[in-house]
Design a protein around this ligand. Sequence first.
Ligand code: ANZ
Length: 832
Amino acid sequence: MSTIHSEVTATSTTTQSDVAESRKGTQKLEALQKEEKWAQQKWEDEKIFEVDAPAPGEPSPPKFMGTFPFPYMNGLLHLGHSFSLTKLDFACGYERLQGKRVLLPFGFHVTGMPIKACADKLKKEIDKKNEESVDPTKIVKKHGKAAAKKTNLTYQFQIMRSMGIPNEEIKLFADAKHWLYYFPPGTKEDLKDFGLSVDWRRSFFTTDVNPYFDSFVRWQFNTLHKRADPKVKYGERYTIYSPLDGQPCMDHDRASGEGVGVQEYTGIKLQVLMDELTGAEHVKDVPVGQALTTPEFQKALAGRNLYLVAGTLRPETMYGQTNCFAGVDIAYGIYAVNDKEAWVCTPRSARNMAFQKLFGEPGSMKKLGEVKGIDLVGVPLKAPLAKYERVYTLPMEGVLANKGTGVVTSVPCDSPDDYITLQDLKKKAAYYNVQPKWVEPFADSFPSIIRTPNYGDRAAETAVKKFKINSQKDKLQLSEAKAEVYKEGFYQGTVIIGNHAGKTVQEAKPLIRDELIAQGLAFPYCEPEGMVMSRSGDECVVTLAPQWYIDYGEEGWKKLATLCLADMETYSAETRHQFERTLDWLNQWACSRSFGLGTRLPWDPKYLIESLSDSTIYMAYYTVAHMLQGGVLDGSKQGSGNIGAEQMTDEVWNDVLLNGPVPETAIPKATLEKMRREFEYFYPLDVRVSGKDLVQNHLTFFIYNHTAIFPQSKWPKGVRVNGHLLLNGEKMSKSTGNFMTIKDALKVFGADATRFALADAGDGVEDANFVEKTADDAILKLYTEREWIEENLAAIKEGKLRTGAYTWNDRVFAAELDKMIADTDAAYYVVP
Ligand code: ANZ
């Protein structure tokens, strides 16, 4: 890309004043856009991107098939999408020039919850409008923007308006189906305007609204399920649950907390050193933990070991624990776990634990006593993995009663909150009677756990300085610092202590967690990510409930996925490592949902297949889609094969895609053969192109499912991922306004200049940058080139150009072109 770019730059005569001129007048832009339209129309008329497998007897050229993950259609595509798309489109263009028959199909994803949830939300807003007889567009005026903001309420109609939907059309979106007929066709038009070289005959949208695609996904799931070693299984998974209703509480059953999922913590068991508490040594300094030493409580405890249990998201930092924090005003309960243990935590978390069967029978709990946070201050503890023999319980202002267990283990090395609280306590030791010896030996001498490139070995301390945090009261800065440190540690951190030293945080985290759990030092604990209230007014918990899940991570299957990856082109070592890491930890995945849009699970149709699970092998569907559905996204018309959707039985799919036994069907043999030819010719997939964030779920699922369903010769051959796209050097974000849809870019720059700036934005896995000035400049360059071509065409016509043998300059020019071609070949084929 850069070769082409620098070539044009070298010959261009662009100046700043030209840029200004171009911004003022759009004449040049319009001239280019007119030509783009002309070319696009010509492509469409001549069907140049519509390709079929060669007919029998025809010569069979090499082929190339590339895809992009079908985007979710609850809005328009933005520049980030178009960036990944250019990587695919340019590769397809290159392969076409190599003489290959190139297939670039494009589909639209509407499976899942958000569209339905937004439609329902809009419906509620409209119903409310009818009640109040207010125009929905005036709700904000009536209730006030501030009120809306305070309650964290963005009205759905505002979101629809921000997407450019006219007021009078918004009500139509209260029907989820309307989204399916609005965004996919609109996006298709945008992508045509963008000049994407797609065979649009093969396009479709997902879910059971499209009966052909639906039959494909049902076949896929039956294939995974009905086999000697089923890949889809039934078993217990974490689910949001209403104890009062006695059943899972899915989105549509909720009075509040729509979209709230399950947060998985690790419960760390910090053992109360009861002997020290009752022993003379400790008590003579200052009496602590008296509530725990009363005869009544000791009787209830009946010799059980007592633990403060802390909920953490960062088990890998446990080497650095220096103390434990309790909220002084929080009322904790003490619960019997079994005959040997009792835990101190908030009643709310105990209720969750009870439904996760941590105390025996689901829902059962036995409370042994209560203790206020302030009465825990000074209690000595044994913290797992910590370098200190004994750490102390200290007071902290920011401990929330409604999050985790209400007990927080403190890691000043990596938690800015913990670091600053310890520093505060060091300064004013008299606070809640805190003794210097509970703080001083720990406040500065704690060990380092994680090394990151930007924050060093003591990330929390670095962040506290960077964000100028002076005390626990600087809440806003603290939450920013916490987010930064967490991100930095998770994505770039390496563990530098303990028996996992040298591993990345992403690798070490699950390993350390599993080890702590295996040794009985910790336990898995889950709760809703936020408050969820059921319609019956019950606060929901997380329980273990039976569900259908896909058995990713199962040893034999993982081996096949690893084998597939080994043969795959990943275009960068980093991408390969990311896949390897994902294969290391990826585990069972719940694939059934009861709310949203999608295909029903064929053998248990009360469930829908969730959105990441119906998207793993559908690239095979593209190979025959045009024969099934006739150019309409919803499959409401038959395609060139004249096949009814009901005819697409599992047996027919087996025949077409797996060379299965000849099915009993009214579909003519020749039609089946043609479908099989399409699949056999275009599959396996040569490259899948996407943003890098999909490696850890979608793209790994894609590998797994191909290996489960198809023979090795049909496994995917390549995945190319790119970084995120910045816009003018800043993160793209709707909330800051630094955001551009493809539609907008095409309006402002036209297709070619947009593509030009995208080509220049970056090529690696790191973030890329779309610079508007580059696109602006490209308009001028392209226009100048157009003028030059026109002049020369005229000159040719008038016979004004020199003829005869090549001069030295001609030969240099030709050699330059040859070099560029060779560079391009190398760029597409040689792995950096
Ligand atoms: C150890 C640790 C080490 C933590 C570290 C963080 C950083 P988010 O991401 O906001 O959910 N925490 C747990 N329960 C809490 C409560 N009731 N009130 C206040 N803080 C609580 O934060 C999760 C982290 O917040 C948890 O992980 C816990 O501190 C703390 F380097 O545990 B962490």
